[in-house]
Design a protein around this ligand. Structure first.
Ligand code: TYD
Ligand code: ZN
Length: 406
């Protein structure tokens, strides 16, 4: 059990037990052949990277029936519009005819903003169904492949060096992180910028949002561990920006120029991490204890409602819900079904726990007493959209930052 980043010794944090593929929504006929792996986590005692110990193969997770489409959330669409405005005003509008590469471009929801501004771009996306959506619906120049050093060589040959490379909610998915960084370094212009943004470890530890841990999230970055990682490639994180998305994320700006001026935001967050003792193994032990306490409290809370003869349905069949449902052993004895907007998930069953996924438009056909909000990161958007549920007497349950009825 060695660190995937620095080969250092690791400290085991928590073993969540047997887990299915988080986005592996399945048909009834496939129940008996469902794939499980052991989901266990550790933190490196040397570089403090928080990581999974094992991960299913990349083809098990990213293939022609990948179930996550970025465009299912209006607030994420808005977030990526803002992302474009930010990078455009910081860098792109100062460059003549820039070339932009996105790693893990999903359905093209982010690159459309670059395309609208007639910018030369390429999306690299391994899952064929979302890559096809990106090409055919969003007209994005898309390469259906996993990004790594070899692929970056092909891109450079066919196109040119990139001014901006970015990856949102993607970089943390990939255990062979060194090949990705070598690819980025190879493809990026000397004065170019690499940006990645991912769920932030500080939020996960502080809010016990362990549901951010699943097969696809191989790493949970802190600024401390990310700096250690990029230092080993002679690259500099020169700016960070905290984001509200996914229950708390961090955006990191990276340069090939080792003399690049480091902005105050980096020192500020390093100080915050020092104060929370991100380099002290005790906080990871506390996190483990908090996960176990959550499990008991969450189960008791839901079972109490059931004992009163009330019905509970889930809202949004997120990847995160796979972790929470499987770890807390909650199945369709407790939750009747989960409503969702994603066509590929509807009429299938939740991974591991086999709760039916229904079309969100059917919610009002048979109203549950309670709706358990699995997409707490989209709380505003969803509560706003489903005001009718409350007016008809329904109640929402959320569990971040604490288990409660809204
Ligand atoms: P997200 O939190 O981004 O998922 P993940 O945990 O997989 O990163 O939520 C996306 C899911 O939520 C997706 O299955 C669609 C669903 N959803 C709804 O059903 N209704 C909504 O209004 C929103 C915003 C999302
Ligand atoms: Zn390490």
């Amino acid at each position: 059990m060695k660190c995937k980043v620095c080969n250092g010794e690791m400290h085991k944090v928590i073993d969540f037990g047997k887990m299915p593929i988080a986005n592996g929504f399945l048909n009834r006929k496939d129940f008996d052949n469902e794939y499980f792996y052991n989901m266990s986590t550790a933190v490196c005692k040397r570089c403090f990277m928080f990581q999974l110990i094992d991960q299913p193969s990349k083809e098990m997770m990213f293939n022609d029936s990948y179930a996550f489409f970025t465009h299912t959330s209006k607030s994420m669409i808005k977030h990526f519009e803002n992302f474009f405005d930010t990078v455009n005003s910081l860098f792109l509008n100062k460059i003549n005819n820039p070339f932009i590469v996105e790693i893990g471009s999903n359905d093209g929801s982010t690159l459309v903003n670059f395309k609208k501004n007639n910018l030369d771009h390429l999306g690299v996306e391994p899952s064929k169904n979302v890559a096809d959506y990106s090409k055919n619906i969003n007209n994005i120049n898309t390469l259906n492949n996993f990004f790594d050093l070899d692929v970056s060589k092909t891109i450079k040959q066919k196109y040119r060096n990139a001014d901006l490379i970015f990856a949102t909610n993607v970089f943390c998915h990939i255990p062979y992180v060194h090949s990705i960084i070598e690819g980025v370094k190879y493809l990026l212009k000397d004065e170019g910028v690499f940006i990645f943004e991912d769920p932030y470890l500080g939020d996960v530890l502080n809010k016990t949002t362990f549901d951010q841990i699943y097969d696809e999230h191989f790493f949970l970055f802190s600024l401390t561990s990310a700096i250690n990682l990029f230092d080993s490639h002679n690259m500099k994180i020169f700016k960070v920006e905290k984001q509200d998305t996914h229950g708390g994320s961090m955006r990191y700006y990276v340069s090939k120029d080792v003399n690049k001026k480091i902005e105050d935001s980096v020192d500020n967050y390093l100080e915050i991490e020092k104060n929370m003792q991100i380099d002290n193994l005790q906080i990871y032990n506390n996190f483990r204890d908090n996960c176990e306490i959550f499990k008991t409290n969450f189960r008791d809370f839901l079972l109490d409602i059931k004992k009163k003869g009330k019905s509970i349905a889930g809202y949004a069949a997120t990847s995160k819900s796979t972790t929470i449902l499987n770890y807390c052993n909650i199945d369709n004895n407790t939750i009747d079904h989960i409503y969702d907007t994603t066509p590929i998930k509807i009429n299938k069953y939740s991974p591991g726990t086999h709760i039916p996924i229904l079309d969100h438009r059917d919610l009002y056909k048979k109203l549950p007493d309670y709706l358990l909000l699995f997409a707490y990161n989209h709380e505003k958007e969803i509560l706003n959209k489903e005001q009718k549920f409350i007016s008809l007497g329904g109640k929402w349950i959320t569990y971040v930052p604490e288990i409660k009825i809204i």
